[in-house]
Design a protein around this ligand. Structure first.
Ligand SMILES: Cc1cc2nc3c(=O)[nH]c(=O)nc-3n(C[C@H](O)[C@H](O)[C@H](O)COP(=O)(O)OP(=O)(O)OC[C@H]3O[C@@H](n4cnc5c(N)ncnc54)[C@H](O)[C@@H]3O)c2cc1C
Length: 433
């Protein structure tokens, strides 16, 4: 670790966060608004853009700053983010037709993201088809990965190629894996630049964003909502909750349905490009097949390694997870053993109990959240869909409509059991189970 290691996302440096100066002061918030969006991440901002372009008067608030949650902290890896249950699990839960519909919509979400960034000329270092290699941790997972990918190819035309151990040096400068799979249509972007770009587009379209402004309570009042913000009351005709893994106890329905799971990332100090290229020969992203899913990539300028994985603690403890991630990085890339870490940060991803994102309406409140750690494309896409639903447009229909948003008895919003579960997964991964 560098002695002056920063506990903030590496992405913020190039994006100019936290001083982006796009948000307005909450002191200037009106008392009566038409459409209020709570949460200024990809979900909320994508919805704001769609609503503002449709002529709505849109107000967005964030308790901290634009993109403070996952949207300026993530790994910037993009792909279809298939449902965690896979084709077989989805088919047994919902039947073959619904399973295919859900998976197909994941493919659509990736295309939607790439098209939006291109059409809007959002400057976010998008590499739309740089590809992603999934490294297989244990020999026996190779055939299983091949079967799952073949199912997806058959069901929804997903593109992949299996890569043997002998061929894997084309995609990764390491012999750690037992081969893997390559996904040529996956890509990467700079997450903080993307969230700010999206915010600027929403503002250009007429939306107003206020931060820091925390909603500390939302109550239905006849055909409107009263929202408490820093001791003041605001009346809104329609409200969208887009708070994802940051949904607090002031929003109890959502707090009880989301498990905030910590994901952490380190960025290395600046390195010679030859060293980074030796690890990432194609410049693409890499993800590991283990349950704790290490994910890594080069920085957009090709001078650093950005290496992420699950953190075991509920709180942000960079002194603990930075050395853990460094160890994992060196295990995979022994050539990086003397490399120091310049940035370490974390965020809370939103796990739902059925491993799926959710959008819908509860007691008149619209909501969209629950991407289970894989949501750059899906948050953008489902935020847009939630907006279309608020507009009452048939185009807002999605494959997720009507799915129950489950919770568990006695779960009150603090996943005290997660550190134990994660350690068990870690042990199982090491045992090759
Ligand atoms: C470390 C990390 C790595 C990741 N890597 C990837 C990846 O490589 N690829 C991928 O696809 N996905 C990844 N993800 C997930 C992805 O970033 C998220 O799914 C996505 O950003 C969700 O966007 P969102 O707008 O729904 O939520 P968020 O971006 O989390 O936004 C929610 C916002 O709500 C605000 N908020 C909460 N409560 C209130 C309140 N009461 N009042 C006002 N505002 C409130 C928060 O401050 C926050 O800004 C990663 C996530 C993390 C944390």
């Amino acid at each position: 670790m560098l002695p002056n290691m920063l506990n903030q996302p590496y992405w913020w440096d190039a994006a100019g966060l936290p001083d982006a100066r796009i948000a307005l002061s909450p002191a200037t918030l009106s008392e009566k608004v038409d459409t209020l969006i709570v949460g200024a991440g990809y979900s909320g901002l994508s919805a704001a853009l769609t609503l503002a372009r449709a002529g709505r008067e849109v107000t967005v608030i964030d308790s901290e700053m634009i993109g403070h949650g996952c949207s300026s902290r993530n790994g910037g890896q993009i792909g279809p983010s298939f449902h965690k249950l896979g084709l077989a699990g989805l088919t047994s839960a919902f039947g073959a037709a619904k399973a295919t519909e859900i998976l197909r919509e994941s493919m659509v979400s990736l295309t939607y993201l790439k098209t939006l960034i291109k059409d809007e000329s959002i400057d976010c270092d998008l590499q739309p088809d740089v590809g992603r290699f999934k490294g297989v941790n244990h020999v026996k997972q190779y055939d299983e990965t091949a079967r799952n990918n073949a199912d997806l190819a058959k069901a929804v035309g997903f593109q992949f190629e299996m890569v043997s151990k002998a061929q894997q040096s084309e995609y990764i400068g390491s012999d750690f894996y037992h081969g893997g799979a390559h996904y040529p249509k996956d890509g990467s972007l700079q997450p903080a630049k993307y969230v700010l770009g999206l915010a600027r587009k929403a503002v250009e379209a007429g939306a107003k964003i206020y931060a820091p402004a925390r909603a500390t309570g939302v109550r239905r009042d006849g055909d409107r909502f009263t929202v408490r913000i820093a001791g003041r009351k605001l009346s809104a005709r329609q409200v969208l909750i887009a708070t994802n893994g940051y949904s607090g106890p002031e929003l109890p329905f959502f707090h009880r349905r989301i498990m905030p799971l910590r994901s952490a990332i380190i960025a290395t100090e600046q390195l010679p490009t030859e060293l980074v290229n030796s690890a990432f020969p194609t410049g693409g992203c890499i993800v590991d097949s283990s349950r704790l899913v290490p994910y890594y990539r080069p920085s957009p300028d090709g001078t650093r390694v950005i290496f992420g994985g699950r953190a075991f603690d509920l709180s942000d403890r960079p002194k603990k997870y930075a050395p853990d991630l460094h160890r994992l990085m060196v295990r995979t890339f022994p050539q990086l053993k003397d490399v120091a870490v310049s940035h370490a940060w974390s965020g809370t991803v939103a796990y739902s109990f059925d491993h799926a994102p959710h959008l819908g309406v509860h007691d008149g409140l619209h909501y969209v959240m629950g991407y289970c750690g894989s949501g750059v494309g899906r948050a953008t896409y489902f935020g847009h869909k939630a907006a279309l639903q608020m507009l009452g447009q048939a185009a807002g229909k999605t494959a997720l409509d009507g799915l129950k948003f489950p919770t568990r008895p006695l779960y009150s919003g603090t996943p005290w059991f997660l550190p134990v579960v994660l350690r068990w997964h870690n042990f199982s991964d090491r045992m090759g189970r």
